[in-house]
Structure formats: C-alpha cells, structure tokens
Design a protein around this ligand. Structure first.
Ligand code: RAM
Length: 334
C-alpha cells in the first residue's frame, strides 16, 4: 500500500513535470523557414524579415534552413529532419512544385502547418502559398524592361534558376504571354537556359548565350543569382552597351552593374517583407487564427492584413523598379 502510494506520488510528479514541460515547449512556436538553398542573398534578406517577425511576436523560435544546392531531393531531407524535430510550422520556398507534396503531406498529417512562400508547393501540399507579387504583373514587368533595354526590338534570351522552380516557371510562362502581345512583337525570344541559382553555372550559361547568339540584345534573368552572373559575363566579354541585362535582382548586388552600364533597370519586391510576412502567417496558422480559406484576411503585423485568394494563395506587393537614380539608396537595405 505504502509502496503504491509512493509510486502514485512519483507518477503524479512525473505527470506534473511532463505537463510543465509541454507547457514550456508550447510557449515557443517553432517555425522553420526552408529556403531553396543556403548562401543566396535573397533568402538571407528573407531570413532578416523572419527574424524581425519572430522578435515582434515574442513567442517564436525561428529555424532558418535549406539545402546547399537547390534540389527537391535535398529539400525533402531537410523537411524530414524538421518533422522529427516536431516543429509547429514550416514556410517553404519550393524547388519543385510537385515533388515536395508527399513529404509536405506527411508533415501536415503530423499536425505541422505547412505553408509555401516565394516559390509555391502545389495546393495539395500546403495550407497556403504566399506569392511575392501578382505573377502576370511580374511577367509583364520583365518583358517591359527587356523592351526598354533593347530599344523595343531584337533578340532576347532568358537565364533562369532551376528548370523545376515553381516561381521562375510561372514568370516565364507569363513573359511568353506578354511577348505574344502586339506591342512586344519586335522582341524575339531565342533561348531559355538554366543556371540553377548557382553563380558559376549561371555565369557559364550566360557566356554560352552570348557566344551562340551574336545578335543577342538582352538577357532577362528572373533570379537574383542569375542576373548578377549575367551582368558579370557581359562585362567580362566587353559587351557592355551592346548586350543589356535585366530581370529580378537585389539592389545591394546590382549597384555596380548599373554603374558599369551592363544593367539599365531591374526589379524586385522587398525580400525582407516577404520573409516577415511568411513567419507572421505561419504563426497565425499555429495559433488557430488562420485556415487559408479563400476570402480570409490574416493579420500580419506591420504588413497589415493579407487576403487569401483562390487556391489559398496570396500576393504581397508590387515589384519595384531600380535604376541609376535609386539603386544606391536601396542597396543599403537589401
Ligand atoms: C532567386 C531565387 C528566388 C527568387 C529570386 C527573385 O534568389 O530563385 O526564389 O524569388 O531569385
């Protein structure tokens, strides 16, 4: 009897300790930001935004992670390990729209809130996707900048990230729609190549474009890694003034290339705000304040309310254009 009593006291104490443990763990919301690959300045800036959101929210433990090379296989491994770590939520920039669906589903079955941002997972593999901006708007903007750089006519080529990247593939599809419009009828898309968001491969692909297309007027790189590598290739080949580079870039990485004349203009949204919003959204899902239903308005701190649209997607803001007049000012920020 006495023994039983002692045991039950011990059991009760363990139960209490466990409960306390759960409560303590429950205090912190573990959010993982899974990026396409590490070492990319764009995602470093998104991480800054994520950290700011975590600080503001006060109860977030933010884990920033991703593979060294932007492949779906490597990202699946990262996600697997986050499932074992029992994170509460993941915000993922996908290297492949479909390949991540099974692992993302497994995470969701374990109660983890899975969201995608920047580069989406197909709807079956996430509760919500946060696009940086309206995709059609981005596609049109890229073509407009190529048109401006070329003087309205001539050969253009696209240097993209990976061939499976959700975001770049959508933007390229939108570019093709824009190119079919009469106002851009004198622009001819001669090639699309992939630098895999790796500086060295992007540089080699850019050189390849320049060498096999002697009449090329513009390289459009809808990737912050590809645009820098392309501008460097144009400069190294002494083609500044003959071939122009445009696309999506970070002012901090592009300022020198705008000065050299290799780049007249480029665009981007604020990657800090994107990372900030993604973490705010993930937190709202964990706290039961969001479900991703179209029409829902989710409070996202200083970004205000984010409206969920069809397919549980939302768009953050419009791309902003940079040129010699403003690049230095923004280069200090991201
Ligand atoms: C690269 C990545 C990222 C994309 C930007 C514009 O950094 O591919 O996904 O959004 O470029």
């Amino acid at each position: 009897m006495r023994m039983f009593k002692t045991l039950s006291i011990v059991t009760a104490a363990v139960a209490l300790a466990l409960a306390a443990g759960t409560a303590a763990a429950g205090d912190k919301v573990k959010i993982a930001m899974v990026v396409k690959s590490l070492g990319n300045g764009f995602f470093d800036a998104a991480h800054e935004g994520g950290k700011a959101a975590a600080k503001e929210l006060g109860d977030v433990e933010l884990i920033y992670t991703g593979p060294t090379a932007p492949t779906a296989e490597a990202q699946i491994e990262v996600i697997n390990s986050l499932i074992s770590q029992k994170v509460d939520a993941m915000v993922i920039s996908a290297n492949d729209r479909d390949a991540l669906v099974p692992i993302a589903k497994r995470a969701m079955q374990r109660g983890i809130k899975v969201l995608s941002f920047d580069s989406g997972i197909a709807p079956a593999g996430r509760l919500m996707n946060l696009n940086p901006s309206n995709s059609a708007l981005i596609g049109t903007k890229l073509v407009e900048m190529a048109s401006d750089a070329s003087g309205g006519a001539g050969e253009i080529a696209i240097l993209s990230a990976t061939a499976q990247a959700t975001n770049q593939n959508i933007w390229i599809a939108e570019m093709k729609k824009a190119l079919a419009k009469p106002e851009f009828g004198k622009l001819k898309l001669v090639a699309t190549v992939y630098g895999d968001d790796q500086s060295d491969k992007s540089y080699r692909e850019a050189l390849g474009l320049l060498r096999s297309n002697p009449n090329l007027k513009v390289i459009v790189a809808p990737t912050t890694v590809g645009i820098v590598a392309s501008a460097k290739a144009v400069a190294d080949e002494k083609l500044v003034g003959k071939v122009f580079v445009t696309g999506l870039g970070l002012p901090s990485e592009m300022a020198g290339h705008v000065k050299s004349g290799a780049v007249k203009s480029f665009a981007i949204w604020n990657p800090i705000d994107l990372g900030y919003s993604a973490v705010q959204l993930a937190h709202a899902f964990v706290k039961g304040k969001a479900t991703g239903k179209p029409g829902e308005q989710i409070a996202a701190g200083r970004m205000g309310k984010i409206t969920v649209e069809a397919d549980s997607e939302a768009a953050m803001a419009q791309p902003f254009t940079y040129d010699a007049s403003n690049v230095d000012k923004f280069a200090k920020i991201f």
